[in-house]
Structures are given as C-alpha cells and as structure tokens.
Design a protein around this ligand. Structure first.
Ligand code: GDP
Ligand code: IMO
Ligand code: MG
Length: 428
C-alpha cells in the first residue's frame, strides 16, 4: 500500500495544488474527495500557471488517473469549461474519472447561495457563491441529484422537475428572488450529461483496486482543516470535510488505507472570507505579506486576510488529521522581515490556553501570545537543500516542527516545481 492524504492545515490556499502536482510525478492516481469548484489550486510549470478548480492537480501528468470522488459536489458547467481550457492548452483530460455517486450542482444552488448570503447581511460567511453549501444541504436532506441520476434521462427529468418547483418556491417566497427556468435547465443538463458520460465510473472500485495493486495514490484535499464543517470555525466554514478522515467517506476507502497524512501549511496564515482569525495583521505587516505572497484568491480574486503563523491552530490541525508530516509553504514570502512572530498560545482573560476553542465568542476574545524569532534577508528562492537556507530560516522551520510536534518534510521557497526542498520522502 502506498497512499498519501494531502490536507490543508489552515484556512485553505496553503499551496496544496503545488505539492500535489509535485508529488504527482511519482503518483499513479490523484483523488479529490470533497468540496467542488470553490477550490482554486494553482500549479506553476515553467512560465505557465494553471488554476484548477474541479479537475484534480495530477492532470499535468498524462499517465495519472485523476478521480473526482463521490464526496465532491460537481458543477458540470464549471467542469466542462475547465476541461475545454486545459485541452486548448494541450493538456489531455482523457484520464479523468467522475464518480457516479457525486452530487450535481444546479443553477438554483448558486442562486440560493447568493440570496442566502445577501440575507445574512453583516453575518455573511463570504462564500464563493458556487452553490456548494446549498448542494450539500440537498444531499444531507436526501433530495439531491447524483451523477448516476443525471445519466438516466427519465430519472433525471422526474427528480429535477420536483426540485426546480420546490426551489423556485424558496427563491420567490423566502428570498423574493427571480425563479429559475425549468425547460432551460433540463435542456442544458441533458447536453452536459452526454458530454460527461465518457468520464463517469464507479470510482470507489478504481481507487480500491489501485491501492490493492500497490499503486501510488494521492488524495487531494480541498479547502482546509479550519474550514471543516465539524472541526472548523463554524459557521464560517465550508459544507464538507476537508480533514483527512473526509477521504474515507469522500472516496469510499477504509481508514486503514490511509498511510501518510501530509499537512500543507503556509509559513504564515491567511484566510479568505469572514470569521475570527487570532493572528491577523490588519496593518502594514499584513499588507507586506499580501504583496510578497500575492495573496489574492484563485477562485474569487478577493484579497486574502494575512497574519503570523499560529502554532495553536497547527497543533489542533495536526491532531484532528493524524498528521504525519508537514509541507511548509511560501517561506520565501517572509524574507526581509526583521523579526518574525509565531503564536505559541492564546491569552483568554487571565488564562493561557493551548487548545483551539469551539466557541467563536471565546475565540474572538483570544489574544495571541507571540514568540519572536530573528528574520533573514538573503534571497532563498534558489535554495535546493535545507542546509542552503540562512540559519535563521532553518531555525524558524525547526521551531515550528518543535511546537507542532510533526516533522516538516518539505519546505517550499517559490511557486515552481523546482523550488521545493525535500527533507524526507513522502511516499513510503
Ligand atoms: P491551494 O488552494 O492550497 O492549492 O493554494 P492556492 O493555489 O490557492 O494558493 C497558493 C498560492 O501560492 C499560489 O499562487 C501558488 O502558486 C503560490 N505558491 C505555492 N507555493 C509557493 C511558495 O513556496 N512560494 C511562493 N512565493 N508562492 C507559492
Ligand atoms: P482551496 O481548495 C480558501 C471559504 C470561502 C468561505 C467559506 C465557505 O483553494 O484551498 P463555500 O463557497 O465553500 O461555501 O465558502 O469557505 N473557502 C475557501 N477558502 N480556499 C478554498 O479552497 C476555499 N473554499 C472555500 O471563502 O469563507
Ligand atoms: Mg486555493
């Protein structure tokens, strides 16, 4: 068995796309198990930059099987657009497989996402408006439409007709919005059905068989641990399970089939969307990180909120994921800071706490307790080994390792494949 789960250790956008592409050079299969095209995974190859949303980040390797698992919510329009773009750039999309159990996103999901956000007013979540939450709501309510339904014209028309009638009542009566057109949706989705049919399969069988054959399988997490519907900063989260355990349900494997859990973490912290953020630097420091790290959303283009590395959060993330290693990303962004801070504990009133609290009220009252380390000024974007890094950069990485209690096996010093320092192997 040779399996690695890649999870976002913070609030998403940690650089998962880069590491998945990097490790995909050795992998036979890459599997997405949750989320949808709310994800934006960037892969840089030479001068080319690919922004992947639904298509797994192993797509640049023609031999690799890229699976969109049963736990994903699937937007056919977004998918076909992405496939068209990749093909136009000469990337083959033949090896994509879509689970027949994945749930389908419809225009009414996007409309309801938008209207419910507007109705939340100041309490809005800041969703990507891709219809993710409303689609998962239908799934859990047991009224969702799956890929296997879409593949059957008769079943599909019956189910979607019922859904459109129900959703239009919600749109018009609750939100005073504009209803969606039934005939248009049916016609469009029947066309999509024919286009995606060649990709559809029982992906749980493929994943299982490949693991049993000892093939190298990479599980591609989307979003991040603190966006998990159960373990994240609820309600400022996404509607799926971005943690490692999410792959057991999201791709149909047993938990004993997960060997290595690689947490992807930035050398600092970012968040896009609303919600508490203990180490946020809404000041010059945050601006400096945003500019150096080009911290603008891959999916929505929104500026990301920036702050210092939070070891309390990372320790929590390591625990709930069973993290066995860390890839520390964007270390180059911290070059030029005189002093670099790491949050080692939270102050809550007159107490010091080390566990990430559940209550948002409590979390918003937490003050970061920082440890300060000396920075470095040398350009590190060309470093090939850990020893080539300035001593202060090495000390920073080692301190994170010590605080979190998980080895940093990869250090990333730039967006390209070549800007990756591997300290220890990931696939066994
Ligand atoms: P993902 O959602 O976790 O895949 O991350 P995103 O692609 O949304 O955001 C990460 C951004 O950081 C992308 O623009 C990457 O190209 C970029 N990136 C990844 N690793 C590094 C790194 O080590 N240094 C720098 N400067 N950029 C990086
Ligand atoms: P990747 O895979 C960062 C955030 C949104 C919002 C919340 C809910 O690129 O790391 P949703 O549309 O999912 O209902 O929005 O989750 N969010 C992400 N933030 N990276 C992502 O994906 C995200 N996907 C969703 O900004 O706060
Ligand atoms: Mg992203």
């Amino acid at each position: 068995m040779s399996t690695v789960v890649i999870v976002g250790a913070q609030w998403g956008d940690e650089g998962k796309g880069k590491i998945i592409d990097f490790l995909a050079a050795q992998a036979d299969v890459v599997v997405r198990g949750q989320g949808g095209n709310n994800a934006g995974h960037t892969v840089v190859v030479g001068d080319k930059k690919y922004a992947l949303h639904l298509v797994p980040s192993g797509i640049l390797y023609p031999e690799t099987i890229n699976i969109i698992g049963n736990g994903v919510v699937f937007d056919p329009e977004g998918f076909l657009k992405e496939v068209q773009q990749l093909e136009a750039e000469g990337v083959s999309t033949e090896n994509i497989k879509i689970s027949d159990r994945a749930h389908v996103i419809f225009p009414y999901h996007k409309v309801i996402d938008e209207l419910s956000e507007a109705a939340r007013g100041a309490k809005k979540i800041g969703t990507t408006k891709k219809g993710i939450g409303p689609c998962y709501m239908d799934k859990v309510e047991r009224s969702g439409i799956r890929i296997c339904d879409l593949m059957d014209r008769e079943v599909f028309i019956e189910k979607v007709t019922q859904q459109i009638e129900k959703k239009n009542e919600i749109i018009e009566k609750i939100y005073k919005g504009k209803s969606v057109n039934k005939e248009e949706i049916i016609e469009k989705y029947l066309e999509y059905a024919d286009k995606i049919r060649p990709y559809v399969d029982d992906t749980t069988v493929i994943v299982y068989d490949e693991i049993i054959k000892d093939k190298k399988v990479l599980f591609e997490g989307a979003q991040g641990t603190l966006l998990d519907i159960d373990l994240g900063t609820y309600p400022y989260v996404t509607s799926s399970h971005p943690i490692s355990g999410g792959f057991t349900v999201g791709s149909g494997i047993g938990p004993n089939m997960i060997e290595e859990v690689l947490g992807i973490a930035k050398a600092y912290t970012t968040r896009v969307g609303k919600g508490p953020f203990v180490t946020e630097q809404d000041n010059e420091t945050g601006d400096k990180i945003r500019v150096a790290g080009n911290e603008f959303g891959t999916t929505t283009g929104r500026p990301r909120r920036c702050g210092w590395f939070d070891a309390v959060m990372l320790k929590y993330s390591a625990r709930v994921n069973g993290m066995t290693s860390i890839a520390l990303m964007l270390l180059d962004v911290l070059t030029g800071f005189d002093k670099i801070r790491i949050c080692t504990a939270y102050r809550l009133g007159d107490k010091e706490i080390h566990n990430f609290p559940a209550s948002l009220k409590t979390l918003s009252q937490c003050e970061p307790i920082y440890e300060e380390l000396d920075g470095w000024t040398e350009d590190i974007t060309g470093a090939k080994t850990f020893e080539e890094l300035p001593v202060n950069a090495q000390k920073y990485v080692k301190r994170i390792e010590e605080l979190v209690g998980v080895p940093v096996k990869i250090v990333s010093v730039g967006p390209k494949r070549s800007q990756t320092i591997v300290r220890d192997k990931i696939f066994k």
